[in-house]
Design a protein around this ligand. Structure first.
Ligand code: CTP
Ligand code: CA
Length: 232
């Protein structure tokens, strides 16, 4: 009975979603990571599939119990930012909609030790880093005509207006159609069941907002995608 209530407004639409958080190796047993669980991206994948989309989920280090919610979705597992970039580059040319929900490491260690770093070799004083490519900006630059591209931004500024201004600049800089800004704090965001987002569109307009379960937030983001596709 529930299934018939879900609008089939993404019927046949090819949606590629990245989710989770990349891990950048330091040595065989250590990495630089982040707190993304992948829940928001998995909720997007599940919601898009329920609405009739054909979904590919590029999953960066998502726990099996979280991933289980993405039924009927093709999953491509990746670990590092560069693996995620390659998987997205493979999937993007045939996508109608790309949603970059993954928390991609901004930097990676410049060298990866092939053996475990040990204090017997001396105390480690620093880890040199290299900047990773901006994956979504690259996908936007190589955009196929008609493709809709969505990025996320986790912002911690408690001031809503300042957060929105940063988000507007970020959307412009990355060349994406929509940017979902979420407030990462104690109640919302990373590792939390609930999320709160504001969706920024063309000219910086606020084209949607949602707060609550990640599936509810996912529905609002897909509503904005459907609205944008219908307007073109
Ligand atoms: N992103 C990406 N490639 C990166 C870093 C981020 O594709 N190397 C994507 C994320 O998946 C997200 C969006 O860019 O959709 C925004 O990420 P965010 O970390 O907020 O943006 P940055 O440009 O890295 O800015 P900041 O310095 O605020 O971290
Ligand atoms: Ca970043």
């Amino acid at each position: 009975a529930f299934a018939v209530l879900v609008p089939q407004d993404l019927d046949g639409v090819r949606v590629v979603i990245s989710a989770g958080g990349t891990r950048e190796p330091i040595d065989p047993v250590r990495y630089l990571g982040n707190r993304s669980s992948g829940r928001q991206g998995v909720a997007l994948a599940a919601e898009a599939a329920a609405r009739g989309a054909s979904v590919t989920l590029v999953a960066a280090n998502i726990a099996q119990d979280v991933l289980a919610a993405a039924s009927g979705v093709r999953v491509v597992p990746v670990a590092t930012a560069r693996e995620l970039q390659d998987a997205m580059a493979d999937a993007a040319p045939t996508a109608d909609v790309i949603i970059m929900a993954a928390a991609v490491a901004d930097y990676r260690p410049a060298t990866v030790s092939t053996s475990k770093l040990t204090k017997e070799d001396g105390v480690l004083e620093r880890i040199d880093l290299l900047e990773n490519d901006d994956v979504v900006a690259g996908l936007a630059a190589a955009r196929v005509p008609g493709q809709t591209i969505v990025a996320f931004a986790a912002e911690t500024d408690p001031d809503a207006a300042a957060r929105r201004d940063r988000a507007r600049r970020k959307r412009e800089r990355k060349g994406v159609d929509l940017l979902a800004v979420n407030l990462a704090n104690e109640e919302h965001g990373f590792e939390k069941a609930d999320n709160a987002v504001e969706i920024i569109g063309q000219e910086g307009a606020v084209v949607g907002e949602a707060a609550g379960a990640k599936r509810v937030v996912a529905a609002a983001i897909l509503d904005a995608v459907v609205g944008l596709r219908a307007s073109r």
